[in-house]
Design a binder for this molecule. Structure first.
Ligand code: TTP
Ligand code: MG
Length: 619
C-alpha cells in the first residue's frame, strides 16, 4: 500500500500556512491542531496555491543545500574546522560587553488595548482588530488562546474562534497613544530608539545610576507610569544587549518583565534551548533551512559549527555564532532623519482587473505619497511600482530620474507608465515607493554642497533612466511582513521580523544592528555580523534573459519588461547580497542600488486590513 501523503512537503506547507506570527505571546504551546485548521481553511484559494508553489521551491532549494553539504563534508577535516570556529568564538567572547543595561519595551496587544480603552465592553472578550474579509492587525489575548493573531485573515480567525469580535482600526488613536508612551520612555533614556509604534529600546544605565535604582525597579516604575498615564500595559525585557532584551520582553507578556542575569554563563544557557525561531530575523523560511541541517535551537548552532563554517556563505556563521553566544549590539540611539532610505504608500483591495479602477487606486497612492513626501520634506530620484497579482505574486518595476521628483503628477504618470508595460493584469495591491532620497530640510544642501550633489534640481533636458528589471516576490497576505516605520512621529506601525519572507536573504532587523543605524526607521542591513543569506545563493545563475531577477519563478504572468534580451549579459555576483545573476553592468549597478535600498522593498510589503483598501503606512 502506498504511504499516505504525510510528506515533509505537506508538513512544511502546513507550517508555512500558519503564517509568520506563530511565536506571538499568548498563543497555545501546541499549534498543531490550529495549523491544520488554518491549512484546511486556506485550501482552494489562490493564496494557498501560491504558498504551495513557494513551499515546493524552498524544498528544492533545501535539497540543493543538502547536496552541497554532503559534498563539502566529505573531504573536510572537521576537527580542524571546529578548532578554527572555537577560536572565533573565543574572540567574540573576549569582546562581550555586559556593562550596559538595555531594555526592550513592547506594549501589549497594542491596537487591541487602545480599542479597549475606547470601548471597555470589549474587556475579557476575544476580539481582533481588522475585518472578517481582511487581515487582523492584532488580536486580544483572549482571542490568541484560540490561535487568532496578527497577520491572519479574518475568516480563518473566525473559524478558529467563532465568537471572535471584529473591531475597526483607528490609526489616529494608536498614533496619539504611541506619542504618550514614547514621551514616558524618553524620560528614562532621551536617546531611546523607537522601533515601532509600540516598542522601543532604551539604555537605562545612566538613569539607574543617577537615581540609585536597580534595573528591575527602574523598569517596574516605568511600566507603572505607562499604566497610570495611559491605562495600557507594557512588557519589558532587561538584558545586556538589544537582541536579548527583545527576546526577553516577550517572556512574561502580557504586562510583565523579564530580567536576564548579566552573566556570561547565564546568557549562554538561556540561549542554549531557545528555538532559533525566537531570534529576531529568523522567520519561517530560515527556520526551515536551519532545521534542514539539524539546527532547531541556538545550542545546536555550536553542534553544527563545522557545517555552518563550511557553508558560511549560505548561513552566515558570524551571525549565528553571536546568536548562539547571546552577543549582539548594545548601542541605542535615536533615529537619524538623514538615514532614511525610502518613502512609500500602497493600497490593498479585492482583486481588480478594470483599468480605470486600478488607475484610480494608483492615483490615490500617488496623492498620498506626494502628501507624505511634502509633509516630511523629501524628494527622490527612483520610483518603484509594486503590484501584487490576484495570484499573490508580487512584482516591482522601477524608474530612475535625474531630477528630484515628489509631485503627484510625476508619481502617477510614472507609476502608470510602468504599470502599462505589464498590462493586462489583475491586481490586489498597488504601491509606489520613492528611493534615492534627498532631504529637503537638510541645511547643507542650501550651501556649497549642493553644487557637488550627484543629481541637482530638476534638469529636464537630461534623459531619464528606466529600470524594469526587478521581480521581487514577497509573501502573501498572511504574512506579518510589513513595512517598517518611516516617519515614526506621525504614523503607527510595527517592527517586522520576518525579513526573509520577502523572498530575499535574511536581514537583521535594523534595531539590532551594531552601531550607527544606516537607514532611519526603515530596515537596515546589519553591520555587526554578516547576516545569513540562505536564499540568495541557492539558485544557480539563471539563464533567463532578465537582467536582474531576484526570483525567477514560473508564473502565468510574464512581466514584459523582463523579456527583452540584453547585450553584455554575464554572470555577476552582487557585492552587497552576494546574489548570483545574469546581467550586464548597468543591470548589476541597478541591482546594487536596489539591494542597498532593499529595506524599501521589504517595507513595501503590506497586508490587507480590510477588503476595500488600506493605507500601507504602518511604521
Ligand atoms: P506587536 O507589538 O507585534 O503586537 P501587539 O502589540 O498587538 O501584541 P503583543 O502583546 O504580542 O506585543 O505589534 C504592535 C501593533 O502593530 C499591533 O497591535 C498591530 C500592529 N501590527 C499590524 O498591524 N500587523 C502585524 O502583522 C503586526 C505583527 C502588528
Ligand atoms: Mg506589542
Amino acid at each position: 500500500m502506498p504511504a499516505p501523503e504525510a510528506s515533509q512537503d505537506t508538513a512544511s506547507l502546513v507550517k508555512r500556512l500558519a503564517g509568520p506570527s506563530v511565536t506571538k505571546a499568548g498563543l497555545a504551546k501546541d499549534q498543531t491542531e490550529i495549523n491544520q485548521i488554518i491549512a484546511e481553511a486556506s485550501k482552494g484559494s489562490k493564496f494557498y496555491d501560491n504558498e504551495k508553489r513557494k513551499d515546493k521551491d524552498l524544498t528544492e532549494r533545501i535539497a540543493g543545500i543538502l547536496k552541497q553539504r554532503g559534498d563539502l563534508l566529505r573531504n573536510a577535516d572537521i576537527p580542524k574546522i571546529e578548532r578554527t570556529v572555537d577560536h572565533m568564538i573565543a574572540d567574540l567572547e573576549a569582546h562581550r560587553d555586559l556593562t550596559q543595561i538595555i531594555v526592550h519595551v513592547d506594549m501589549d496587544a497594542f491596537y487591541a488595548n487602545v480599542e479597549m480603552l475606547d470601548n471597555p465592553s470589549l474587556a475579557g472578550k476575544p476580539f481582533g482588530v481588522g475585518h472578517l474579509h481582511g487581515v487582523l492587525t492584532t488580536a486580544s489575548y483572549e482571542a490568541r488562546k484560540y490561535g487568532a493573531r496578527s497577520g491572519m485573515p479574518g475568516f480563518i480567525a473566525k473559524k478558529l474562534c467563532p465568537d471572535l469580535i471584529f473591531v475597526d482600526m483607528h490609526f489616529k488613536r494608536y498614533s496619539e497613544m504611541s506619542d504618550v508612551i514614547m514621551a514616558i520612555f524618553k524620560q528614562y533614556d532621551p536617546n531611546m530608539y523607537p522601533a515601532g509604534c509600540d516598542e522601543g529600546y532604551l539604555n537605562i544605565t545612566k538613569y539607574c545610576e543617577e537615581h540609585s535604582l536597580s534595573a528591575e525597579n527602574c523598569v517596574q516604575e516605568m511600566r507603572e507610569r505607562v499604566r497610570r498615564e495611559t491605562n495600557l500595559t507594557v512588557s519589558a525585557g532587561i538584558a545586556p544587549n538589544k537582541m536579548l532584551a527583545k527576546i526577553c520582553s516577550d517572556k512574561n507578556k502580557p504586562n510583565g518583565q523579564f530580567h536576564l542575569p548579566f552573566d556570561r554563563n547565564a546568557i549562554v544557557s538561556f540561549m542554549h534551548d531557545l528555538s532559533i525561531r525566537k531570534i529576531p530575523g529568523i522567520g519561517r523560511v530560515n527556520e526551515r533551512l536551519l532545521e534542514s541541517i539539524g539546527i532547531k535551537t541556538c545550542g545546536d548552532i555550536y553542534t553544527y559549527r563545522a557545517t555552518l563554517c563550511l557553508m558560511d556563505k549560505y548561513f552566515g556563521l558570524q551571525f549565528l555564532l553571536r546568536t548562539h553566544l547571546g552577543i549582539a549590539s548594545n548601542s541605542v540611539q535615536p533615529v537619524q532623519r538623514e538615514e532614511r532610505k525610502s518613502i512609500g504608500a500602497e493600497r490593498t483591495f479585492s482583486p481588480l482587473g478594470d483599468k480605470e479602477q486600478i488607475l484610480k487606486k494608483l492615483e490615490e497612492v500617488a496623492l498620498e505619497l506626494e502628501s507624505d513626501m511634502q509633509k516630511s520634506g523629501w524628494a527622490g530620484r527612483t520610483l518603484t511600482l509594486k503590484y501584487k497579482l490576484d495570484t499573490y505574486q508580487v512584482f516591482t518595476r522601477a524608474k530612475s530620474f535625474d531630477r528630484w521628483i515628489s509631485k503627484k503628477d510625476d508619481l502617477f504618470s510614472t507609476g502608470k507608465e510602468l504599470l502599462m508595460h505589464e498590462w493586462p493584469v489583475k491586481l490586489r495591491l498597488i504601491g509606489l515607493r520613492m528611493t534615492k532620497l534627498k532631504d529637503l530640510r537638510a541645511t547643507e544642501d542650501k550651501g556649497i554642497k549642493r553644487f557637488f550633489s550627484a543629481a541637482g534640481p530638476s534638469s529636464p533636458g537630461k534623459r531619464q533612466k528606466i529600470e524594469r528589471r526587478e521581480d521581487l516576490e514577497s509573501e502573501g497576505e498572511l504574512d506579518a511582513a510589513d513595512e517598517a516605520r518611516e516617519d515614526y512621529e506621525s504614523m503607527p506601525g510595527y517592527e517586522e521580523h520576518e525579513f526573509e519572507e520577502a523572498g530575499l536573504e535574511i536581514e537583521i532587523p535594523d534595531d539590532l544592528a551594531t552601531g550607527a543605524s544606516s537607514s532611519g526607521q526603515a530596515l537596515r542591513p546589519a553591520s555587526h555580523a554578516k547576516p545569513p543569506s540562505f536564499l540568495s545563493h541557492t539558485k544557480p545563475a539563471s539563464s533567463s534573459s532578465k537582467p536582474v531577477s531576484t526570483k525567477p519563478r514560473s508564473s502565468a504572468h510574464k512581466p514584459r519588461s523582463a523579456a527583452a534580451p540584453k547585450e553584455g549579459v554575464r554572470s555577476c555576483i552582487c557585492p552587497i547580497c552576494g546574489k548570483i545573476m545574469d546581467t550586464d553592468n548597468s543591470g548589476l549597478n541597478a541591482h546594487v542600488d536596489f539591494c542597498l535600498s532593499r529595506g524599501a522593498i521589504l517595507e513595501a510589503q503590506v497586508q490587507s486590513l480590510n477588503p476595500q483598501e488600506r493605507k500601507g503606512k504602518k511604521r
